[in-house]
Ligand binder design. Structure first.
Ligand code: 3PG
Length: 307
C-alpha cells in the first residue's frame, strides 16, 4: 500500500484533512498526517517511508528529498513552489507539482481585507479613507491577481495590471486596464498588490527606485513572498517618504525596525494567513490528493513544476 504523507507545519483545517483522507482511503492509499512540527529535522525524520507528500510552505530541501527514500511525487498544496528544491527533486526522480488556483480567492480576500484595515487606520477610531475611486495596480495578473481585480472592482476601485505573459485583450475583457511597464504601474496607482513568484529574476526586484514611483500616500500590499522585496530599499523609502505604507501577509526580516520606527504605517499578519481558510485548504488539499493518485494510476503529470 502506497503512503501519502501530509507534512504541514501550519495545519490544514480538520475538515480538509478528513475529506483528503476519505479520498485516499477509497483509493487504497495509506494516509498519514504530520503537522505542527517544531524543527526541520523533525520533517527530515518523518518522510522516511512515504511514497508521496503534500506540503504547504514547508521546506522540501535536498536533505528532506534525499531522506524520503520511497518518494515519487511531492505536491505543494498551493501556488508558489519556491520552497521545493526542484533540482534535488529531479535528481532523485521525484515529480514536484503545485495546485495552481486552488487557494487564490482566499489570498485575494486577505489582500483587500488588509487594505480596508489600513485605510481605516487599524480601526483606531480616527477618520480613515475609502477604497472607492482609488487606483489599484496588480503586479502579475495570475490566479490571485484576477480575484483581486474582481473584488477591487466591487469596492469601486479603478484596476490596472502589469503582466508580460497576459494579453491586453484578456485584461480588458475583465475590465482591467493593462499598462506596459512596472514603472507605469507603480507611478499610476495608489495601491500596488504584488502577485509575482519568488525566483532568481524577481528576488529583491521591488526596490527603492520602483517604490518611490508610487504617488503620494502610496501603499504596497504583499501577499506574495517577502523575498521579492529589497528590504534595505524599502527601509530607505520608509525614511524618505513618511506618506508610504506597507502591508504584508509575510513579516519582513526587518519587522523589528518597522515596529521601532514606523508606527501606523505598516501591518503584518502574525503568521502567513492568505491561504488559511477552510475552503482554500479543502480545494488545495483535495487537488493534491487527486493529483498524487492520478500520477500513480495514470502517470498524469499535469501540474509538474520540475524539469
Ligand atoms: C501559496 O503559494 O499557495 C501561498 O503562499 C500559500 O501558502 P501556505 O500554504 O503556506 O498558506
Amino acid at each position: 500500500m502506497k503512503k501519502i504523507l501530509i507534512a504541514t507545519q501550519k495545519p490544514f483545517a480538520p475538515i480538509a484533512v478528513s475529506q483528503m483522507k476519505e479520498i485516499a482511503d477509497a483509493k487504497g492509499y495509506a494516509f498519514e498526517v504530520f503537522e505542527k512540527y517544531a524543527e526541520q529535522a523533525d520533517l527530515v525524520n518523518a518522510v522516511a517511508d512515504c511514497d508521496a507528500m503534500i506540503i504547504r510552505s514547508d521546506k522540501a530541501t535536498k536533505e528532506v528529498i534525499e531522506a524520503a527514500k520511497n518518494l515519487k511525487v511531492i505536491v505543494r498544496a498551493g501556488a508558489g513552489y519556491d520552497n521545493i528544491d526542484t533540482e534535488a527533486a529531479t535528481a532523485n526522480n521525484v515529480v514536484a507539482m503545485n495546485t495552481p488556483g486552488q487557494n487564490s480567492n482566499a489570498v485575494a480576500e486577505l489582500a483587500l481585507g488588509m487594505m480596508v484595515y489600513m485605510a481605516r487606520n487599524g480601526y483606531n477610531g480616527t477618520s480613515g479613507v475609502e477604497l472607492r475611486g482609488k487606483k489599484i495596480g496588480i503586479h502579475a495578473y495570475g490566479n490571485v491577481g484576477k480575484y483581486v481585480a474582481t473584488i477591487a472592482k466591487g469596492f469601486g476601485m479603478e484596476v490596472f495590471a502589469f503582466d508580460p505573459y497576459v494579453s491586453d485583450e484578456a485584461m480588458q475583457a475583465d475590465g482591467v486596464t493593462p499598462v506596459s511597464s512596472v514603472d507605469e504601474l507603480y507611478s499610476t496607482c495608489n495601491y500596488v498588490s504584488l502577485h509575482i513568484p519568488a525566483n532568481d529574476q524577481t528576488k529583491k526586484s521591488i526596490n527603492f527606485d520602483l517604490l518611490n514611483k508610487l504617488p503620494k500616500g502610496g501603499i504596497l500590499v504583499n501577499t506574495a513572498r517577502k523575498e521579492v522585496i529589497d528590504e534595505d530599499g524599502m527601509l530607505k523609502l520608509m525614511d524618505a517618504r513618511p506618506d508610504f505604507k506597507y502591508i504584508s501577509d509575510i513579516a519582513p526580516d526587518s519587522a523589528h525596525v518597522f515596529e521601532e520606527k514606523y508606527e501606523g504605517r505598516f501591518f503584518f499578519t502574525p503568521k502567513k494567513m492568505g491561504a488559511q481558510t477552510s475552503e482554500a485548504n479543502i480545494n488545495a488539499g483535495i487537488a493534491g490528493v487527486n493529483q498524487i493518485i492520478a500520477y500513480f494510476e495514470n502517470g498524469d503529470e499535469t501540474f509538474k513544476v520540475n524539469k
